[in-house]
Design a protein around this ligand. Structure first.
Ligand SMILES: [Zn+2]
Length: 677
């Protein structure tokens, strides 16, 4: 499972309509003039289409030993070695097209200051960003805005080669239009443009093939179909397995080479054993060995370095069987870990001092262990567009018998937070004091909120004897209410002097910054992620509006939060932070009661009355105010470059980090270093 950010809705709609210009064939002059290159702000590496490209930093790199640095380096190379695979998985002509685009960038001597070049430049970047010619998120084909004639000139003058079939794939307005199709009433395998299934394979064939193969009584089933292309040969279906000596073998051999290097510097025996098992899996393609590997991987928890490498998530396949290649290399976030440990050590104090009813308090509460990591390198499905959290392995029986590892990608999230710049804050904050406070303490407040939410929030509270689990009692409202409960624990305690006493916060200004941000987001700014006229469906968003709207209403008689309209613009100003804290505590007590007693009706009323419906006038206003800020709906990242420093004998004596300044340079560099297919 991976967790991603929801894209900003408004701009996504705009960019789609821009993309569809290409559907009409040749552009007229008006449209040519209308095309504008986007300019990145000071926090962005690049900005094109509906995307912003950011960088992320690795803090505390020098706290790692030389062997740990080597381990990170070898694992990152093992990830990048598989980069070609996802291009081919996504679409049969992707690799060929990517190489032609690279060649044009390298060799085209013509004018690079024309509108058509800018259009080419944007198209190519969008293809690199999506690991192919279909949008990384929406799955629609990215239509070029330049003409086919212009493209032919570029190819010719760059000495680049591209087959007629691939050129047709780029420009055709009725072929390969979507990478993954899930529509009812069509053959979703035939209609999907991805390359997971061979020519002539239909949905019915796939379903019958696996119905026959899968033994439903097996308590420990493998992930059928995970690592192969299903092809039709002599009228029979056949799994063309991705392994050394098999399909993608040339890239997989490179992955194996780097994993073997990693084994030599493993931090401990368990980590080494897992790495060896992964190598065995890549050599055999045996999914039973993949399961054995995952058991070892989930048990290897002691090192500071961890990684994800393999064919893992199945979001790209319409039938959810075949997995895209991905890799993430992670380093423990030492600072965040220390902070969480302090909270966990004091979990009982928080439980005892919570506002929930005494009979709902745990006598022996344990903080939830929650891991924040720093990403050091990403590849495949995780790059350039990245998740912000990952929970693996995916195979259910392994999760049940051996547990799972859940990580939050701390430096990625921090980079996202910075990327927006102060545009949103300046537009929606009520006054200068609020802006100054968020600028100074906002980032710390956000991190502390997350820690409290995860470590203390989800751990807190007791369900009454005989009352079932929330998924049974509160049904479809369970997760929204659980997220609200955990948020409320965080909001209540972030203003508690205990956190200052523990040395975790410098003053209650941090709590105030969090309150301002939370109310502003819950009542206004999060609405940028929803299309006008739609309800809130995502659980975290429902919970934030629920909490903010409830305290707004309950505090109205005392003007705890004031709605201010200035020059036709709405603001929410908190007049009394102490009373607001009491209201958070009150709602926490009620939601805990709902959970403890399994009170479905009360839970439903809270979510439906406060969390779902959107104030249409305010929503419209928010979308209009956000438009001039030109926020990118999607984000992605360049990776830091890890550079080995060698002595005269050729031994690695250090690994240095360089931060790339250009997205396209990194893409071209990857193309040169990691083209194995
Ligand atoms: Zn949560």
């Amino acid at each position: 499972m991976k967790y991603t950010l929801i894209p900003v809705a408004l701009m996504a709609a705009i960019s789609l309509s821009l993309g569809s210009c290409g559907n009409k064939g040749k552009l007229n002059t008006d449209e040519m003039v209308a095309f504008e290159r986007k300019v990145p702000n000071e926090n962005q590496i690049d900005r094109f289409g509906d995307v912003q490209v950011l960088g992320y930093e690795i803090a505390d790199w020098d706290k790692l030993s030389l062997n740990q640095k080597k381990l990170v380096y070898f694992l990152s190379q093992a990830g990048l070695a598989g980069r070609d695979i996802i291009y081919d998985q996504n679409f049969v002509y992707n690799l060929e097209i990517r190489k032609a685009l690279e060649s044009i960038y390298e060799n085209y001597k013509g004018n690079r200051e024309t509108t058509e070049w800018y259009m080419f430049d944007e198209y190519a970047k969008r293809v690199f960003f999506s690991n192919g010619i279909h949008h990384h998120y929406g799955m629609d084909k990215i239509m070029p805005l330049f003409s086919q004639e212009y493209f032919a000139t570029l190819l010719k003058e760059s000495n680049a080669k591209l087959s007629d079939a691939a050129i047709e794939a780029i420009f055709s307005t009725d072929k390969y239009m979507k990478r993954k199709v899930k529509d009812a009433g069509v053959d979703i395998i035939v209609a999907s443009a991805n390359n997971f299934y061979g020519e002539g394979v239909t949905q019915k064939m796939v379903e019958e093939f696996y119905a026959e193969m899968i033994d439903k009584s097996d308590p420990r089933p493998i992930e059928y179909g995970l690592n192969s292309t299903l092809i039709l040969k002599d009228g029979k279906l056949y799994e063309d397995v991705w392994k050394s000596g098999g399909r993608y073998g040339a890239a997989i051999d490179q992955i194996i080479y780097w994993l073997e290097q990693a084994v030599t510097v493993a931090e401990n025996a368990k980590q080494g054993a897992a790495l060896k098992k992964l190598i065995e899996y890549y050599k055999t393609g045996d999914l039973k060995i993949w399961d054995e590997y995952n058991v070892l991987w989930v048990q290897a928890t002691e090192g500071d370095i961890d990684y994800i490498n393999g064919f893992i998530e199945v979001y790209g396949d319409a039938l959810g069987k075949r997995a895209s290649f991905e890799s993430i290399v992670q380093i423990t976030d030492f600072e965040a870990s220390a902070q969480m440990k302090k909270l966990a050590d004091n979990a009982q104090w928080f439980e005892d001092n919570s506002t929930i009813l005494p009979e709902h308090k745990k006598k022996n509460v344990k903080g939830v262990s929650y891991k924040v990591v720093q990403v050091a390198s990403e590849s495949g499905d995780a790059s350039p567009s990245t998740p912000i959290g990952v929970n693996l392995p995916n195979n259910n029986w392994i999760r049940e018998e051996h547990g799972s590892k859940s990580v939050s990608l701390g430096n990625i999230i921090a980079s996202y937070d910075k990327a927006g710049g102060s545009g949103m804050l300046t537009e929606f904050a009520h006054d200068e004091e609020e802006i100054a406070r968020v600028k100074e303490f906002g980032s710390l407040a956000g991190k502390m909120h997350t820690s409290l939410h995860e470590v203390i929030g989800h751990a807190s509270g007791l369900i009454n004897k005989g009352v079932g689990q929330p998924s049974e009692t509160l049904k479809n409202y369970a997760s929204t209410l659980e997220e609200a409960r955990a948020d409320l624990v965080a909001l209540y305690f972030i203003m508690d002097p205990k956190l200052i006493e523990l040395g975790l916060l410098p003053s209650d200004e941090v709590g105030k910054a969090e309150y301002d941000t939370y109310i502003r987001n819950g009542l206004m700014t999060q609405l940028v992620r929803i299309e006008l006229g739609k309800n809130i469906e995502e659980e975290h968003m429902q919970n934030r509006q629920l909490v903010a709207a409830w305290v707004m209403e309950k505090g109205a008689s005392e003007n705890v939060i004031e709605k201010v309209v200035r020059d036709g613009k709405t603001y929410f100003n908190i007049n009394d932070y102490t009373k607001l804290r009491m209201l958070f505590g009150e709602l926490l007590k009620e939601i805990q009661r709902i959970k403890s007693e399994g009170d479905f009706e009360a839970g439903k009323a809270l979510v439906e009355n406060y969390g779902v419906k959107v104030d249409q006038d305010l929503h419209k206003e928010v979308l209009e105010r956000v438009k001039p800020l030109d926020i990118a709906p999607y984000s992605g990242f360049v990776n830091p470059v890890l550079v080995p420093v060698k002595n005269d004998a050729g031994e690695i004596i250090d690994i240095k980090i360089e931060y790339p300044k250009s997205f396209i340079e990194q893409m071209l560099d990857y193309g040169k270093k990691y083209s194995f297919l």
